[in-house]
Design a protein around this ligand. Structure first.
Ligand SMILES: C[S@@+](CC[C@H](N)C(=O)[O-])C[C@H]1O[C@@H](n2cnc3c(N)ncnc32)[C@H](O)[C@@H]1O
Length: 229
């Protein structure tokens, strides 16, 4: 049973966005900057989440409330597919297929984002990388779309800056890899554009610039009638 919500799609208001598996709100910030009124859902408390927040299971919530929103974003936990977790042999549920099924059931346009390890399970995803948006880190994330919404693959600039080792301090002129128990939270906040987050949120998040780009396209599709408004 999820918590009640009074979100309704109302003409003439800011379009509403449901942010599933929201964590500390990297995706949320980008969609908010693109003009959406954002509601986040996470199974864990997220006191740093900067928008309206509901603590609930994402799939149960979207099945009950998804049709009330104009657009839906989902970031199912990536631990199931990330190299580090496989090495540690940690077991995590694979939520990609059940999340897709629940998103499709809403009839709303949607984006589902994940990591490279999930690629075999994603349908025709678009890959986003920091330098496409002036973000100085090579954090690749893959965006599958559905419900009538599509994105085009942007040009991928070459990785010309040297990278600091995973999680290690970032030497001048290098790009950081903000994973695991990384050092340099203040630098990561500036690079990723997430000044309200702690280390736990930063290692999980997409840079808001990625979601801003998706959100601008989502708003255009809603306005143009390319997806059901
Ligand atoms: C990869 S993080 C999302 C990152 C976020 N999109 C961002 O950009 O900051 C995944 C989140 O899913 C949450 N989560 C895991 N299982 C969940 C479930 N069944 N329902 C809702 N949230 C869940 C975790 O607590 C975690 O915060």
């Amino acid at each position: 049973m999820t918590q009640p919500t009074d979100i309704r799609r109302v003409r003439g208001r800011r379009p509403t966005l449901l942010d599933l598996y929201c964590c500390q709100g990297g995706a949320a910030k980008g969609y908010a900057d693109a003009g959406f009124d954002v509601t986040g859902v996470d199974i864990n408390p997220q006191p740093r989440y900067p928008f309206r927040f509901v603590q609930a299971d994402a799939i149960a919530f979207v099945l009950e409330h998804g049709p009330e929103f104009d657009f839906i974003h989902a970031s199912p936990p990536c631990q199931h597919d990330s190299e580090c977790q496989r090495i540690q042999n940690n077991a995590h549920p694979d939520l990609i297929a059940p999340t897709r099924a629940a998103l499709e059931a809403t009839g709303r346009p949607w984006v589902m984002e994940n990591v490279k390890g999930a690629l075999p399970k994603l349908y025709a995803p678009v890959m986003l990388c920091g330098p496409m948006f002036g973000v100085q880190t090579y954090r690749h994330r893959y965006f599958e779309t559905g419900g009538g919404f599509t994105l085009l693959q942007p040009w991928h600039p070459a990785h010309t800056a040297p990278q600091a080792k995973m999680g290690r301090p970032v030497p001048p002129g290098h790009y950081g890899q903000f994973v695991g128990n990384f050092s340099g939270v203040d630098l990561a906040r500036r690079v990723m554009g997430v000044p309200w987050m702690n280390r736990d949120g930063i290692r999980e998040c997409i840079p808001p610039a990625y979601a801003h780009w998706a959100g601008i396209h989502a708003r255009y599709s809603l306005l143009a009638g390319a997806v059901a408004a």
